[in-house]
Ligand binder design. Structure first.
Ligand code: ASP
Length: 459
């Protein structure tokens, strides 16, 4: 992928840096005093264009033209970022459907499909187990929760209580509607078209595998042609991704600037030990564990050199980092796999499946967060408790959709199971967005690693 003759990832990287600089500038310039200087007394209401209750006086009635222009610029930046993410997310469901059908049908024989499935699950499973083990070791030895000052803890718990309660409530809704058995059964859609319309990725993957299998087993005269049609449709979607990615530098700059501008720097500092532990753990997964699994599990001489792998994955990493969504990044990850020379019939199966069920970074993060909160609130955890947490974390990572902050809602299940106050989520919410950016990078990397392994094992 190139833009004006230069590799796209350099543009996106430059945009990311520019976004950070711009965001830091906005963060420090747009103080309450600066807003007041522009006639804005309640900047939150002003930026949200909140309506004024009948009879009340508008605190922002004296807003200057400068303030209005600034608000317009911020809204424009948000529009560009959201537009870009929506375009990519628009393609996620069709790409999963077409590429999984084409990949499964194109495998050739059912035995090869079984082998591909086994290697895929094996590599997802291994990396998930190692991820939670890293989480358990780091959380129980470094004990980041013991570094949080009780005053800061209570202040954050109060400040973000409303946000935390909203997530606890959606978790309760979710738990009410499905039992464990129900969730397993729920993987199979009774109406595949509803699954497609709802964007239920797990159901879409299951349906697509079934259709692909049906084509594979079919003896119809047009079987080959039908497979080619799905291949062509998947290819068409990826062409669109290439097109949309031209917007990536501008969108990434906008998304990053807005995010950094709103970031609570003081909160990051108060939870510095926790943030540092998570970032170091994720870096270990990205740079040691996943490449290690790739080298170890790939067939000798058939893997992808590490340099080629990381270079090809750059666009996907940068997008995952700026969007915090592995689902939105999935079509780009597929293109990165193309650049590594992985056949579509492998990546078209492994990447969509991985985006849905394989979240190495998320599994690690769940363990770290639960350990951190237990320590911060003085809830003792035994080694057996940690094993239980790790086990649950793997399942939560499987069930979590590839969307920003998605796994935080499901974390409530683990907190409840181990008697850690769920309201403690408030502490994590304060820093979650930044850590979400980092864990999403690890999540997308895991999918590509599995693709390399499976491709190397193909005859
Ligand atoms: N944002 C993550 C992803 O898209 C999911 C999560 O851990 O919240 O992969």
């Amino acid at each position: 992928m190139t833009l004006f003759g230069k590799p796209l990832h350099w543009w996106v990287l430059g945009a990311l840096v520019a976004g950070v600089v711009l965001g830091v500038g906005l963060h420090f310039l747009l103080t309450p005093a600066a807003w007041a200087g522009m006639g804005v007394q309640d900047s939150n209401a002003f930026l949200k264009r909140a309506a004024v209750a009948a009879g009340a006086t508008d605190p922002n009635a004296d807003a200057t033209t400068g303030a209005v222009v600034l608000r317009g610029a911020l809204e424009g930046a948000k529009l560009i970022g959201d537009l870009f993410l929506r375009l990519l997310r628009m393609l996620a469901v069709p790409v999963v459907l077409f590429s999984v059908i084409a990949a499964v049908a194109g495998v050739g024989d059912p035995k090869a499909l079984g082998r591909m499935g086994a290697w895929t699950i094996g590599s997802f499973g291994l990396t998930a187990v190692v991820a939670v083990v890293v989480g358990v070791v780091m959380a129980s030895t470094l004990r980041p929760g013991t570094f949080v000052d009780a005053g800061v803890r209570d202040m954050l718990a109060e400040q973000f209580a409303r946000d935390a309660n909203a997530r606890i409530a959606s978790n309760a809704e979710f738990a009410k509607s499905t039992s464990v058995v129900g969730q397993v059964l729920d993987m199979i859609p009774t109406n595949p078209f509803k699954a497609l319309a709802d964007g239920n990725m797990l159901q879409v993957v299951v349906f697509a595998v079934m259709v692909g299998l049906g084509l594979l087993l079919s003896a119809h005269a047009f079987k080959e042609q039908a497979t080619r049609v799905f291949e062509a449709l998947a290819d068409a979607c990826l062409r669109l991704v290439t097109l949309f990615m031209k917007l990536a530098p501008l969108a990434v700059m906008c998304l990053t600037a807005l995010l950094v501008a709103q970031l609570g720097v003081s909160v990051l500092r108060a939870l510095a030990v926790f943030v540092a532990c998570v970032v170091v753990g994720l870096a270990i997964l990205l740079l040691v564990v996943l490449p290690g699994a790739m080298v170890l599990l790939s067939a000798k001489g058939k893997g992808v050199p590490l340099r080629t792998f990381f270079r090809a994955m750059m666009p996907s990493y940068l997008l995952a980092f700026s969007s915090s969504s592995s689902a939105a990044t999935m079509p780009v990850t597929l293109e990165c796999c193309d650049a590594m020379g992985i056949p579509r019939r492998v990546s078209g199966f492994v990447v969509p499946l991985g985006t849905t069920v394989d979240m190495t970074g998320t599994a690690f993060y769940q363990v770290m967060c639960v350990g951190f909160l237990a320590q911060a609130f003085g809830v003792p955890l035994s080694l057996m408790d940690y094993v239980g947490i790790a086990f649950m974390a793997i399942f939560i990572a499987i069930g979590s959709p590839g969307l920003p902050g998605a796994s935080l809602v499901l974390m409530v299940f683990i907190l409840d199971a181990f008697k850690v106050p769920a309201a403690g989520l408030a502490l994590i919410i304060a820093v979650d967005r930044v850590l979400d950016m980092c864990r999403t990078v690890v999540n997308v990397s895991g999918d590509a690693v599995a693709s390399v392994i499976v491709a190397s094992r193909e005859k």
